[in-house]
Design a protein around this ligand. Structure first.
Ligand code: KIV
Length: 295
């Protein structure tokens, strides 16, 4: 075990991620927002866990990712950190926490590393985010970029829609990813872009590419925990595949519990604690004595 209590030999690092890319071994990334999920991701052996600002929607019930704060995400990052030994932990910088200046970006990234225990941070968009990414990398914190559909900028992108569907837009996506790579990002997420754009970008990248709705030409894939396990209700994006249906299972289990309570069928004898017969007799005597004295 390392000083931090994690098994250093099997830990995912920037070096092991780069080695996977070089070997053409697919990288598995998933979001997680709490301790039990982190423990499952660890047990399954995923490579990267992201505490995404998608927590705003899937955990905290906000309409978009815009309102979630650094303090709200930090609570989740710490919980996930406590559940992980092997995967590489990335924390999303939420909207408004890095755009204003390089100093702001570095300060926020430092909080996620120092207070949350993240290995790296992720920020969205290219443009000014490239300078913010460079500043955070220069401060010694690994950065993951994110281009294509960047939900923090959904309003200016015209909604939650695929990006890079014209030559101009596709060139912007490719240029953005390459600018983030040049700024020192160890990885870039490509969200909701045509597979053909990813295929053109792939041979130009030296950093790790992670896709979500970007086809199969990236080095790895990411999905949101609640989407892939079928915990979300309502509309799912085109790129989501449900690998389980945990929501139905949760509804079934909770309904069975409610029925059992209402029918007084739960708790049963095996769920209750026993008071030894002699202790019970003594208690009865004492209570009888008390009520005789009171009454
Ligand atoms: O916040 C998030 O979950 C993300 C992933 C979709 C990449 O940014």
């Amino acid at each position: 075990m390392s000083a931090g209590g994690r098994d250093a030999a099997a830990r995912v690092t920037l070096t092991s991620l780069a080695a996977k890319k070089a070997a053409g071994e697919p990288i598995v990334m998933v979001t997680a927002y709490d301790h039990p999920s982190a423990r499952i991701a660890d047990e399954v052996g995923v490579d990267i866990v992201l505490v995404g600002d998608s927590a705003a929607n899937v955990v905290l019930g906000y309409e978009s990712t815009v309102p979630v704060s650094v303090d709200e995400l930090l609570v989740l990052v710490r919980a996930v950190r406590r559940g992980l030994r092997h995967p590489f932990l990335v924390a999303d910088l939420p909207f408004g926490s890095y755009e204003a200046s390089e100093e702001q970006a570095v300060r926020t990234a430092q909080r996620f590393v120092k207070e949350g225990g993240a290995d790296a941070v992720k920020l969205e968009r290219a443009g000014t985010s490239v300078d913010r990414a460079r500043a955070v990398v220069e401060a010694g914190i690994p950065v993951m970029g994110h281009v294509g559909l960047t939900p923090q900028a959904a309003t200016s992108l015209g909604g939650y829609r695929a990006q890079g569907r014209t030559a101009d837009q596709a060139e912007r996506v490719i240029d953005g990813a390459l600018a983030l790579q040049a700024a020192g990002c160890f990885a870039v997420v490509l969200e909701a872009v045509p597979a053909a754009v990813t295929e053109l970008l792939a041979p130009l990248t030296t950093c790790v590419t992670i896709g979500i709705g970007a086809g199969g030409a990236t080095d790895g894939q990411v999905l949101v925990w609640h989407d892939l396990l079928g915990l979300s209700d309502g509309h799912a994006a085109r790129f989501v595949r449900r690998f389980a249906d945990l929501r139905s299972e949760a509804v079934r289990g909770l309904t069975a519990y409610a029925d059992a309570v209402r029918q007084r069928e739960f708790p049963a004898v095996e769920h209750t604690y026993r008071l030894p017969r002699d202790e019970l007799a003594m208690l009865r005597t004492r209570l009888a004595e008390k009520s005789r004295l009171d009454g």
